[in-house]
Structures are given as structure tokens and as C-alpha cells.
Write a protein that binds this ligand. Structure first.
Ligand SMILES: [Zn+2]
Length: 174
């Protein structure tokens, strides 16, 4: 029976993340920055989340060559929030060998983002239907719609990826 168990495929064998379906939002203005679909790792000592892709709300600055002892010699683009201009992290275009794990990835500072479950805060924010419809609330809804569009794009990407996984046969032999 033990042998049989060893051969049995388990869902947990797949390299899945525990917080699958989490969107990272900017801590200051709450716009969506990225999600766990593009998660590539986390570096505890540096307190960064490594993402393969980010949303439109992340602005890439002009390339800098670092003289900081932490990452001296690296070349990176500073990342900031398109809405509130706060710094979010770095995108490394060149790193010394010992920092290769950061290369070509969005290194987002863990202290300036917050993880939200998909769809969790929309209900809380757009529940006040009795709120008078003013220019301010109008701008507010416009902003909310922009944010939700980005989240929707993330969900579509996720769906496409799932479709690919399901429809691509594992056995590629002719
Ligand atoms: Zn922001």
C-alpha cells in the first residue's frame, strides 16, 4: 500500500503558492501593483517581493548604476507608483553574480505594498449607494474603475495561463 501511495499524484506536488489569488496594492494609494500570478520569490533579508511583471500603475524611472554597498555595480530602474509617486522598489537590468536572483525582476519593497485577496475590498468601497453623486465621488469611481480594470486584466492573464495548462497536452511526443 505504501508503494501505491508514493505513486499517487497529489495536488500539493504542484508548485503552488499559498496565497494564490492575492493582489499587491500600493500601501499609500491602494492601486494594484501586481499579483501572485507573477510572483517569482521573496527575499526576507532585503524585505522584497520579486515579481516577473507588474501593472500599468508601476512607473519605471531612468537607469541608475548603484554605488550602495548592498548592490554596488548593479544597474537598475527605480520603480514608483504612477498615482502617488511613492517609491516602490527597483527593476534590475544588471547585477553582480551574487545578486543574479534579482535580475530582470521587479524587486518590490515589502513595506510599501499590502496583499489583498482578489475582490475583497471592492464591496467595502463601493457599497455607499446613498452617497451624493458629486464631482469628487465621480473622480473616486473613475479611479476605482481604473483599478478594477487592472485587476480584471490580471484575472484574464491568470485564466489564459490556466487554459494553457489544461489544453496543452503533457506528452509532446508525436
Ligand atoms: Zn501609490
Amino acid at each position: 500500500m505504501e508503494g501505491e501511495d508514493a505513486c499517487r499524484f497529489r495536488l500539493s506536488d504542484l508548485n503552488r503558492r499559498i496565497d494564490y489569488g492575492t493582489v499587491y496594492v500600493c500601501e499609500y494609494c491602494q492601486v494594484p501593483i501586481g499579483d501572485t500570478n507573477d510572483w517569482s520569490g521573496e527575499h526576507v533579508d532585503d524585505n522584497v517581493v520579486l515579481l516577473k511583471a507588474v501593472s500599468w500603475f508601476v512607473k519605471r524611472g531612468i537607469q541608475v548604476t548603484s554605488d550602495d554597498p548592498e548592490d554596488a555595480g548593479s544597474k537598475y530602474l527605480p520603480l514608483s507608483c504612477r498615482k502617488c509617486d511613492n517609491l516602490l522598489g527597483k527593476f534590475y537590468s544588471f547585477t553582480p553574480t551574487h545578486l543574479n536572483y534579482k535580475l530582470d525582476l521587479y524587486n518590490i519593497d515589502n513595506t510599501v505594498i499590502r496583499g489583498c485577496k482578489l475582490g475583497e475590498n471592492l464591496q467595502k468601497k463601493i457599497s455607499a449607494s446613498e452617497t451624493p453623486f458629486t464631482l469628487e465621488t465621480c473622480h473616486y469611481y473613475e479611479d476605482e474603475i481604473k483599478k478594477e480594470m487592472v485587476v480584471l486584466e490580471m484575472l484574464q492573464d491568470k485564466l489564459l495561463q490556466l487554459e494553457d495548462d489544461i489544453l496543452t497536452p503533457a506528452d509532446q511526443s508525436p
